[in-house]
Design a binder for this molecule. Structure first.
Ligand code: BEZ
Length: 227
């Protein structure tokens, strides 16, 4: 089981586009590894199709998606035809790899298994894990959904935008934040530094405690180039 901030493990694996070494495949990009219980299942098909359609967003953010499903490469290659049909795209090939994991070796080592879900042979199936990995191969986000709940990929894009923004600026993103909304100065930044950096753009919200910890500033793209 990998924890936030830890180095994401490397592994050699087989995919619909051949053998890969995970870290070499990632190169210097961000990555998102997301797992699936089984090929030819309804929720999984809708998720993989959604990722096909979101490829321009992943490319804009410099993120390489890779899926894992507990079936063979031959099965993945057949399933891809259904995924492309459901996505309504007529592209050559497939825009991201799907890892084969019939033995559940990778799913087990990464803590992706859902003990409540078994396949037709009684083998445990992978849950819907999402791991976001940064260019230094550190794990930056981990979410585990049960097999019966499809993921919200708008949320995943939103988290990547927040992670990339907070890499660049000493800010944090509040509840339900969307790209372009105001952000908050991180608690580790002193009032003096916040005032120096943001000047009249800094708005401190008054609270009953009298503590001025809720400090809002515009999204950094909207601030002057002095930042
Ligand atoms: C699905 O992808 O639809 C699914 C897979 C396993 C359990 C439940 C749903």
């Amino acid at each position: 089981m990998v924890l936030l901030g830890e180095k994401f493990p490397n592994f050699d694996t087989n995919t619909n586009v051949g053998k890969i070494n995970f870290h070499e495949w990632l190169g210097n990009s961000w990555g998102i590894l997301f797992s699936h219980p089984n090929d030819f299942t309804p929720v999984c098909t809708t998720e993989l199709a959604r990722v096909v359609k979101l490829m321009p967003d992943f490319q804009r953010l410099g993120v390489k998606p890779i899926a894992l499903s507990c079936n063979s490469v031959d099965s993945h290659i057949e399933w891809i035809k259904d995924i492309k049909s459901y996505a309504g795209v007529s592209i050559d090939g497939f825009p991201y790899p799907i890892i084969e994991d019939e033995s559940r070796k990778i799913a087990t080592s990464l803590g992706m298994l859902d003990p409540d879900e078994t396949d037709k042979d009684g083998l445990p199936a992978a849950a819907r894990a999402v791991f976001i990995i940064d260019p230094k191969k550190k794990m930056r986000l981990s979410i585990l959904y049960p097999a019966t709940t499809g993921r919200n990929f708008d949320e995943i894009i939103r988290v990547i935008e927040s992670l990339q923004l907070t890499e660049q600026h000493k800010v944090a993103t509040p509840v339900d934040w969307k790209k372009g909304d105001d952000v908050m100065v991180q608690p580790t930044v002193s009032d003096e530094e916040a005032q120096k950096t943001y000047a009249d753009k800094l708005k401190t919200i008054k609270l009953p405690s009298g503590k001025g910890y809720l400090r809002m500033v515009p999204h950094p793209c909207d601030l002057s180039s002095t930042m």
